[in-house]
Ligand binder design. Structure first.
Ligand code: GYE
Length: 329
């Protein structure tokens, strides 16, 4: 195993980009910092994934599996079936299986105290992945790996301000109620548009990050609220794509009558941008495995692990969607 891993880290060093350190937050974390030889032999990592209901989740799990395989780490994946209770049971069962680390992609922000305490008592470091949990990093859990959701929302709002001349009646499709990325995507968006008197959210509704729910909720909004809006801001691509279907069914032309923007940067979203339907998507990558395992390696070597490991976002619109479609999930 060591023979395999050493060249891999050399490769990572060669491919490395620059890393900015800001207090306890690492932006654009560079795993090349952890060019350790294998400390990974025989490690077992348990992963509590919240569900596999959209391509983002599937891509994230597959990325972790691939990377674990490359490093010779055993990865146990449990599916929480969109239930926090099930995820807590999964974490407890991973502790029972004596894993070395637990990675938790938490459905919502609050309510993890029992799971976090159980990990701490068992001496198993826990990494929260792609969404945050209430608690103190470095105390209640090792670190958070994921995107800057406030920034994603700000980027989306700025694109809208530019493309609507600062005047919009906005429908917001939120993801899952109580999820950290949802709270942040609401906040970042509101903080940015509030400087513009004519940017107004007229309806805001949850659609759980699912395409089918995005479609249904959009249909209901058109029926109950009417057509007096010119923007849809969806917290992820899947809901935006569902909403686009509902708009078209109601003879509202996305890209012309209504500007649609979302977050994630999926392949389907980039296709929709190229087709002129989705206006833009702000990237939130599901490819986080490199950062997760780099944090684990760092911890194994007794080095400090930053309290937040933040992966940068980009914006894809008609100017660059074609260029990036092949790398999208
Ligand atoms: O945007 C969405 C997924 O937590 C950042 O969850 C993640 C979000 C992502 O289901 O598509």
């Amino acid at each position: 195993m060591k023979k395999l891993i050493y060249p891999l880290f050399i490769l990572i060093i060669l491919l490395s980009a620059c890393t900015q350190k800001n207090g306890n937050v690492l932006n654009n974390y560079d795993p090349a910092l952890d060019n350790s030889q294998s400390e990974s032999d025989n490690l077992v990592v348990g992963f509590s994934q919240m569900n596999h209901i959209n391509p983002w989740r599937v891509a994230e799990t597959n990325d972790l599996k691939r990377k674990a395989d490359d490093l010779g780490i055993k990865l146990i994946v449990l599916d929480g079936e969109s239930s926090q209770e099930k995820q807590i049971t999964d974490v407890i069962s991973l502790i029972g299986r004596k894993v070395d680390y637990i990675v938790l992609a938490p459905l919502i922000y609050e309510g993890w105290d029992n799971a976090l305490n159980a990990c701490r008592e068992a001496g198993i470091p826990l990494i929260t992945l792609d969404r945050e949990v209430a608690g103190i990093p470095g105390v209640d859990f090792l670190t958070f790996v994921g995107g800057d959701f406030v920034k994603e929302a700000k980027t989306a709002a700025e694109w809208l301000i530019e493309n609507t001349g600062g005047s919009a009646k906005i429908i917001e499709l939120r993801g899952r109620e109580g999820a950290s990325c949802v709270l942040d995507r609401e906040r970042g968006f509101r903080e940015t548009i509030e400087k513009y008197n004519n940017m107004e959210i007229v309806v805001s509704a949850y659609a759980d990050f699912e395409r089918i729910k995005g479609q249904r909720v959009m249909e209901e909004i058109i029926l109950s609220y009417g057509r007096n809006f010119n923007v849809v801001y969806a917290h992820n691509d899947e809901m935006a794509i569902g909403a686009i279907q509902a708009l078209k069914a109601a003879n509202i032309q996305p890209g012309e009558d209504v500007l649609v923007i979302s977050i994630d940067g999926s392949k389907d979203a980039l296709k929709s941008v190229i087709a002129g339907e989705l206006g833009a998507t702000v990237e939130c990558t599901p490819y986080l495995a490199e950062q997760v395992f780099a944090a684990i390696m760092r911890n194994e070597l007794g080095k400090t692990v930053p309290h937040k490991i933040i992966v940068k976002e980009r914006l894809f619109d008609v100017n660059n969607a074609t260029e990036h479609i092949d790398e999208a999930f």
